[in-house]
Ligand binder design. Structure first.
Ligand SMILES: *[C@@H]1O[C@H](CO)[C@@H](O)[C@H](O)[C@H]1NC(C)=O
Ligand SMILES: *[C@@H]1O[C@H](CO)[C@@H](O)[C@H](O)[C@H]1NC(C)=O
Ligand SMILES: *[C@@H]1O[C@H](CO)[C@@H](O)[C@H](O)[C@H]1NC(C)=O
Ligand SMILES: *[C@@H]1O[C@H](CO)[C@@H](O)[C@H](O)[C@H]1NC(C)=O
Length: 471
């Protein structure tokens, strides 16, 4: 029986990291989207009616007075070809910046989120991550190119102008935690807030430090539109809802940049800024197609988890695992290593990749990898390998027990390579195309400590007829 639950540490972390905690600590009103005494006057203007109505309702409810809102302003021109307009908030707990705002914000400093233990994995047991904090982001799960976004890189630039939401209407300033209302703090570089000239008009107008500056970020976390925290009622996080919400904060591609990315583009006292973004190769920076988003179907691990794949170890009683262990890989490279208890293991999951346009195993002909048992180098660790779809939690019926297979190659230092024909090993049948997870699970009775490297999928196979089982 496969164990599919992530360890408690990850779940706890998931509660803490959500950038959406940046939302104001009160219930958001829903915009009516109708009834108006004003209207937009052309394509360069925006109808704020729904947002204003909603904000007014919210203020009436809270007893605060509100001046008549400015419903007309110029929106920035659309992004150049190959780029998409998006919006960003920030997360991370930058000190001393948050000291100024934490008391009014509520929830303690951890409410500003942490970069580690994100929804893509990528965190070593000691809390270190393979990417610097000034190059990481979270990505909303309703963004159109969300599938396989873990590990994907985007080039991001700030766009001068109003912060927009649903139907490209300006979001009333106080729908966010509106920093300037509660204090003033310089960013890490000592720069003070350049101001919001539109506050009198009830929205946030961002002045970028330099709209031509771009930063390349790795997606390491997820911002769920529909959030189901453990032990709390599920709720919508409107900021991360690209579609399907009537909340004024919804309707935009959302990227929650790390604070240390955000402050390179604009002052962090702006709760949000608009961005131009485009997916790029993490190494060269060359542009990649926007939709469907790029995923690596051929190599899932080589020194690091590749684009498209989240990585998690599970059941790790000794708290000993590394998404990259430099020098511990095949031939002295880096490997993914974990010491797991009985029933524990490691998984590669391409999130959302059951969807058309992604489907990493649709034409898989074989899977190969190098593995090393650190307690018994040169022998196959007691692992079984499975193919699954995480979204509906179904597994292909075939399982590969490494101890009963013959390695396809033996390397120095006790490394073994296995090469498994995809169809005859896993028997996914007509469900093959919608599989998006590979897991290596211990079938041993004691702890197993293993390292994996060069996990690859050869493409070019076809499916046979069989079916999946729900386990
Ligand atoms: C706004 O203007 C458009 C086009 O001029 C019109 O179709 C629409 O009904 C107007 N909306 C309101 C709320 O007045
Ligand atoms: C609306 O806001 C814009 C930008 O802040 C400002 O230039 C304009 O004067 C405002 N209009 C009114 C009627 O307040
Ligand atoms: C959109 O709303 C419908 C109806 O409430 C719901 O069934 C569906 O799950 C929602 N989709 C998302 C992505 O939230
Ligand atoms: C992870 O890395 C740390 C620090 O380099 C090391 O002490 C530990 O043994 C490693 N564990 C695994 C499972 O790779």
């Amino acid at each position: 029986m496969a164990n599919r639950r992530l360890p408690a540490a990850w779940q706890l972390a998931a509660l803490l990291l959500l950038p959406l905690l940046l939302a104001a600590p009160r219930a958001a009103a829903q915009g009516s989207g109708s009834s108006s005494n004003s209207n937009s006057t052309g394509s360069s203007n925006v109808d704020m009616t729904a947002a204003v109505n909603a904000a007014t309702a919210e203020n009436l409810a809270s007893g605060r007075a509100r001046a008549a809102a400015n419903t007309s302003f110029t929106v920035p021109p659309p992004p150049p070809p190959g780029w998409e307009r998006a919006r960003a908030s920030w997360y991370g707990t930058p000190k001393p910046f948050v000291d100024t705002f934490s008391p009014s914000r509520g929830g303690g400093e951890s409410a500003f989120g942490i970069l580690e233990w994100g929804g893509c994995g990528y965190t070593n047991a000691d809390g270190s991550m393979p990417f610097p904090r000034d190059a990481v982001t979270s990505f909303a799960d309703t963004n159109p190119d969300f599938p396989g976004s873990c590990g994907r890189c985007y080039e991001v630039r700030c766009v001068n102008g109003p912060v927009l939401g649903r139907n490209d209407q300006a979001v009333p300033a106080e729908y966010w935690y509106y920093f300037p209302k509660y204090g003033s703090a310089p960013d890490d570089m000592g720069r003070s807030f350049p101001g919001n000239p539109a506050y009198k008009d009830d929205y946030v107008f961002v002045t970028c430090w330099d709209p031509s500056k771009s930063v390349r970020v790795h997606v390491v976390d997820i911002c769920p539109c529909w959030y189901e925290p453990k032990g709390e009622p599920p709720r919508a996080q409107a900021s991360c809802c690209y579609t399907n919400s009537t909340n004024p904060k919804s309707g935009q591609r959302e990227m929650d940049l790390s604070f240390w990315v955000y402050e390179q583009l604009a002052h962090p006292m702006y709760s949000e800024m608009m961005l131009d973004i485009r997916p790029v190769d993490c190494g060269s920076g060359a542009a990649l197609p926007m939709s469907p988003g790029y995923i690596n179907r051929d190599t899932l691990y080589d020194d690091m988890v590749t684009t498209g794949w989240s990585w998690f170890p599970y059941i790790t009683p000794t708290h000993n695992f590394n998404v990259t262990a430099p020098g511990w890989g095949y031939g002295g490279s880096a490997a993914a290593c974990a010491e797991v208890g009985p029933g524990g293991g490691m998984t590669w999951w391409c999130r959302g990749c059951n969807r058309p346009g992604y489907q990493p195993f649709a034409s898989a002909s074989s899977v190969s990898f190098w593995v090393r048992d650190r307690y018994h180098p040169g022998t196959a660790p007691p692992l079984k390998m499975m193919i699954a779809q995480q979204e509906d939690d179904t597994y292909c019926p075939g399982e590969a027990y490494l101890t009963s297979l013959t390695p396809s190659a033996r390397g120095e230092d006790g490394w073994l390579q296995f090469t498994l024909p995809f169809d005859s090993t896993f028997n996914c049948g007509d469900k093959k195309s919608t599989r998006d997870k590979i897991s290596f699970q211990s079938v041993g009775g004691a702890n197993t400590w293993f390292c994996l490297d060069e996990l690859k999928v050869a493409q070019g196979g076809s499916s046979s007829s069989s079916s999946t089982t729900k386990k």
